[in-house]
Design a protein around this ligand. Structure first.
Ligand code: SF4
Length: 324
């Protein structure tokens, strides 16, 4: 049996039941693909279900306030993804009659949609013969064909696409696209791949040569940067000082507590906390009503209102701990 047939057969018998799997609705595929980037599937599923309930259509996304969009995304991180969805929905309403177009270049022109997401929408929703190459697919293909090059390089990615192209299918591409991804997620896992259960083990270069652990080739990891800040909880009666500072460009539109570069202070912090992002670590000293704050950009909010506004996760944890 050919690789393609083995893969399809394996997928049909072994695919996970995921809420977006039963949908060929391009809007659903789009939202699920963006949410799944940088986020574990188990984590994103409740977000996806709530999102589709709150914003059942592209128009409903376009009409929402940015604060509603960010609130729905609160805790998922990489908030640029949510702002791009909002901008793309507005463009779809304005230029495409509120419908995701079935033209690759038009999909690719939407904010926040790169080659991978466009390929996923185009192949899964519209069943077109286009590739969607994510980290799972890269892992399977580099092991299967013994591609010993750094996949973060464009030339390697192009080589991976060349190896995949012969498997494109005019009839079953929506199944094949998901099958490559699912094999990487369930069987050809980063550690301890289940090669004995793999439908492609007879054809696999890495399995034959015991090279599963060294493929795909990993590029040198950048050192994670540590940043040190003071964070202030200043309350009076039923209000709290908050900020919409986005000078670090990390989380525009999200509320946060007043936060400044760490200084040597006489006061002892009430709490210290570490928050780990993928590319940096924040080490925070938190002062509860110890320091008078006076900054024209800081905003007084009713404590009751906090549940209605999007707040960055690092500070949300602090607020729920120290305001209890
Ligand atoms: S045989 Fe193992 S390494 Fe090769 S594709 Fe299958 S799971 Fe991955």
């Amino acid at each position: 049996m050919e690789i393609k047939q083995k893969l399809i057969q394996w997928y049909l018998l072994n695919q996970r039941s995921l809420p977006f799997r039963d949908s060929r609705n391009p809007y659903h595929i789009w939202i699920s693909e963006i949410m799944a980037q940088q986020t574990q599937i188990d984590t994103m599923i409740p977000y996806y279900l709530r999102w589709i309930e709150q914003f059942p259509t592209i128009e409903s996304v376009a009409l929402a306030q940015e604060s509603e969009i960010l609130k729905a995304w609160e805790g998922l991180g990489y908030y640029r993804r949510a702002r791009f969805i909002h901008a793309a929905a507005k463009k779809l309403v304005r230029d495409f009659n509120s419908v995701i177009p079935d033209n690759y270049d038009d999909i690719r022109s939407l904010p926040g949609i790169g080659d991978y997401t466009a390929g996923a929408i185009f192949s899964i929703a519209f069943n077109k013969p286009v590739l969607a190459v994510d980290g799972n697919v890269i892992r399977v293909v580099t092991r299967l064909f013994g591609i010993d090059e750094d996949p973060s390089k464009k030339s390697t990615l192009d080589g991976i696409k060349d190896r995949l192209s012969p498997f494109l299918d005019n009839e079953n591409n929506f199944i094949l696209t998901q099958a490559w991804m699912e094999l990487g997620a369930l069987v050809c896992t980063p550690k301890n791949p289940k090669c004995l259960e793999c439908p492609l083990n007879k054809e696999c270069f890495a399995y034959a040569n015991s090279m599963q652990a060294s493929l795909p080739k990993v590029s040198k990891k950048k050192k994670v940067k540590e940043e040190h800040y003071d964070v202030f909880i200043n309350t009076s009666k039923d209000s709290i000082l908050m900020s919409l500072d986005d000078t670090d460009g990390l989380m525009t539109g999200m509320y946060r507590l007043p936060q400044t570069i760490q200084q040597i202070r006489e006061q002892t912090p009430d709490y210290t906390v570490k928050h780990v992002f993928s590319h940096k670590i924040w080490k925070l000293k938190v002062y509860l009503n110890q320091i008078d704050l006076n900054h024209e950009d800081w905003i007084s909010l009713k404590i009751d209102e906090l549940k209605n506004v999007p707040i960055i996760t690092a500070h949300k944890k602090i607020i729920s701990k120290l305001l209890k």
